[in-house]
Design a protein around this ligand. Structure first.
Ligand code: SF4
Length: 324
């Protein structure tokens, strides 16, 4: 975790070599649309927590978002990730109809990141045509998870990950590294938990103190540890899809590109409409927004090209989840 200098360079090079062996020079290109910032949860690290009463809340229109995607998704995009706060109303009235439209009108692989919902809603979303559910566990220590006011309990979150995997979803998870007070041991616990789960992918997000959160004064995550953690995850699970998250660019200059050099193999273009994006404050208002141009520049600079195959096709082809 704490490798630096030559040891760090060698670690990242090994992770990059394993990524190229598995995926060649192709990276998956997904677009994300953030369509509701209502949230019933109260995570201490997130500006969309329910106690942030100053936040203007929105729900987008399914038809309007569908038209945006159908008519304007960049040619390199193969998958769409539909993301919301934990908002069961949006899941039912927005996400579900949007998936139905996109399944009818497009060939995109469809991912959902909408928090802890019920088994029936998971089934409806999957029957409508979504294939991948993103359910992050955020922090592997149950006591710390509770202090962070993360959704429900860690045990419950993990139960839902297993439930989703057992009911036919491809599941990706993720965690935030570098919460104030965390040590390298905590980062390792995150890796250990991730590899014990029935996943097809996992993200590593550096902690960024959110302006409208109780953790606003905390120090940001150590960028080097974040990249080391991405590399370690790649070496632990060579076939997983590991996103380069946009927050890497807040952690370090050219952090996004560094993530791609350390083992990440998924890039995300933000397609949330401009007038809504500013209120989707997962950490800061001035998030680093990955436009198509920025994503293309990062890929080209690292000698990478968009995968013609969608994540959903890749998983369906039989990239089985690996759990310890
Ligand atoms: S991290 Fe997710 S569940 Fe937690 S407050 Fe933010 S939007 Fe809600």
């Amino acid at each position: 975790m704490t490798a630096e200098g030559a040891a760090q360079t060698a670690l990242h090079a090994r992770a990059a070599a394993v990524t190229r062996e598995q995926f060649g020079h192709k990276v998956f290109v997904r677009a994300v649309v953030e369509i509701s910032n209502f949230c019933r949860q109260n995570c201490a690290y997130c500006g969309m927590r329910r106690e942030n009463r100053a936040l203007h809340r929105f729900r987008a229109g399914a038809e309007e978002i569908a038209r945006l995607i159908v008519d304007h998704a960049p040619a390199s995009v193969t998958d769409i990730n539909i993301q919301t706060g934990e908002d069961p109303v949006a899941a039912r009235e927005l996400v579900l109809p949007l998936i139905k439209i996109l399944r009818r009108e497009t060939r995109f692989g469809l991912s959902v990141c909408a928090g802890t919902l019920g088994p029936e809603m998971y089934d409806q979303l999957r029957s409508a045509g979504a294939a991948l559910y993103i359910m992050k566990f955020e922090c592997a220590d149950p006591g710390h998870y509770e202090r962070l006011e993360a959704p429900g309990t860690l045990a419950e979150r993990l139960r839902h990950i297993h439930l989703l995997a057992q009911s036919g979803w491809f599941v990706s998870s993720g965690f935030i590294g570098g919460f104030p007070g965390q040590t390298p041991r905590d980062w390792l616990r995150n890796l250990e938990l991730a590899r014990s789960l029935p996943l097809h992918g996992c993200s590593v997000s550096p902690f960024v103190p959110g302006e409208e959160t109780p953790l606003r004064d905390g120090p940001a995550a150590d960028a080097a540890w974040t990249f080391n953690c991405i590399a370690a995850l790649r070496l632990l699970r060579p076939a997983w899809v590991i996103p380069a998250v946009s927050a890497l660019n807040l952690a370090a200059k050219d952090g996004y590109r560094h993530g791609l050099r350390a083992g990440a193999n998924l890039v995300t273009i933000n397609m949330t409409p401009d007038d809504l994006r500013g209120d989707y404050v997962i950490y800061k208002r001035d998030r680093f927004i990955m436009t198509e141009e920025r994503v293309r520049e990062a890929m080209t600079a690292e000698g990478l090209a968009p995968s013609p195959q969608s994540l959903a096709e890749f998983y369906a082809r039989g990239a089985a989840p690996v759990a310890a």
